[in-house]
Design a protein around this ligand. Structure first.
Ligand code: SF4
Length: 377
């Protein structure tokens, strides 16, 4: 089973912390929708032998599209690919786009999962992040979404400047109050060249310390586990039956095609990425040229990627799979490097599978870096 990711590169305004690819000018929206439909057609041979199980509209802000534009794109998927009977079709949406009319239209379309970018229920946080929505819109969008969708995820950000543990707890409790079955939650990171990075440089805001961010994560983890969620990936919490099938497939190294500017693709051997420039993307597709660069992953690259994604998830890293796929040297190396983390109770061995403990989960990236292989081919 494989997935299709579709990047919608438009946003109403730039959030201060964001380094994704998007444009705030909607002038080329029609041309972009046409180019996306055409890229789907141009690349259909890549999935000749595959069946699509998940379709994911990410961005940017896919909810800036009209429902008929979403359907145009989905029609192109249906025309050019084989799809399972009941695919997971997710739309990332921002609260300010989710009027009652829009939600009703989306519920009547083939979209069956909404991922709503709430980020915070507090005005102060939303202003600091320069989100396009306010706190009232955040709540209203959830009330409406709950009436029309069962499979809903929301994004929440922790580790924000001046965010007390009590305010973070209120954010989590509000999300739980709406009965949302899936929460994606990320620590605010200061990415280079963002407005937030400039504010930090000028001393206008100071980001939360690593210890504060870890405290926020621990509170999130404990509260959500108590509420019946699984932390199935460091940033993703789902009730049983509500894990994101799309993201789970990425973490399990399944194939996916990424459509649209800046979208990444993976075919099991090669990773590709589309140009991250809207006009150049459109021009290239209009000329039937895929604006994509490709790199062939070495065994070391694939091993490192498996370590990185595996340790961040509840599925862990299978030593037998490492031995079979990469060879016994890789397995020996992983075990040797894991030893100190096992002693520190950050990792444990479960039936030949290395997994992070509850305490180790937040530190998964650092632990993975120690298990990475350098230059052994
Ligand atoms: S809405 Fe999402 S993609 Fe757009 S600027 Fe904000 S965080 Fe970035």
């Amino acid at each position: 089973m494989s997935g299709i990711y579709i990047h919608i590169p438009f946003c109403k305004q730039a959030c201060h912390y964001c380094d994704f690819h998007f444009s705030t000018s909607m002038g080329k929206k029609d041309a972009m929708v046409n180019a996306i439909c055409k890229e789907l057609e141009l690349r259909k041979s890549e999935f000749e032998d595959e069946t699509v199980a998940t379709i994911y509209f990410g961005g940017g802000t896919p909810s800036v599209l009209q429902t008929n534009e979403i359907e145009l794109i989905l029609n192109s998927v249906r025309t050019n690919y084989t799809i399972i009977d009941n695919p997971e079709i997710t739309l990332e949406a921002n609260p300010d786009d989710l009027s009652e009319e829009k939600i009703v239209q989306l519920a009547a379309s083939s979209i069956n999962r909404l991922s709503i970018g709430i980020q915070s229920f507090f005005e102060e946080d939303l202003k600091l992040m320069n989100r396009a929505h306010n706190a009232a819109e955040a709540e209203k969008s959830l009330q409406l979404a709950r009436q029309h969708f069962d499979n809903i995820s929301i994004d929440l950000i922790y580790g924000m400047p001046n965010m007390s543990l009590a305010r973070w707890k209120e954010n989590i409790d509000k999300a739980l109050g709406y009965g949302i079955p899936h929460i994606s939650s990320y620590a605010l990171t200061v990415e280079p060249k963002t407005a937030l990075a400039k504010f930090v440089d000028k001393g206008l805001v100071s980001p939360a310390s690593d210890e504060e961010a870890q405290e926020h994560f621990n509170l999130l983890n404990e509260t959500l586990l108590d509420a019946g969620f699984d932390c199935y990936e460091i940033s993703n919490f789902g009730k049983p039956g509500y894990y994101s099938k799309n993201n789970s497939a990425y973490w399990q190294q399944k194939k996916y095609i990424g459509i649209g500017p800046s979208a990444h693709s993976f075919d099991g051997v090669r990773r590709g990425w589309n140009i991250n420039n809207n006009p150049k993307y459109i021009k290239s597709i209009e000329k039937d040229i895929l604006p994509m660069e490709v790199e062939v992953l070495s065994a070391t690259d694939k091993y490192n990627e498996y370590i990185m994604t595996g340790l961040r998830t509840i599925w862990g890293v299978s030593l037998n799979r490492i031995a079979t796929e990469f060879g016994p040297k890789f397995k020996e190396y992983a075990l040797l490097q894991a030893d100190k983390f096992i002693e520190e109770h950050l990792l444990y061995l479960d039936d030949e599978t290395l997994k992070t403990t509850k305490k180790g989960m937040f530190l998964a990236d650092g632990i993975a870096a120690d298990l990475f292989m350098v230059n052994l081919r």
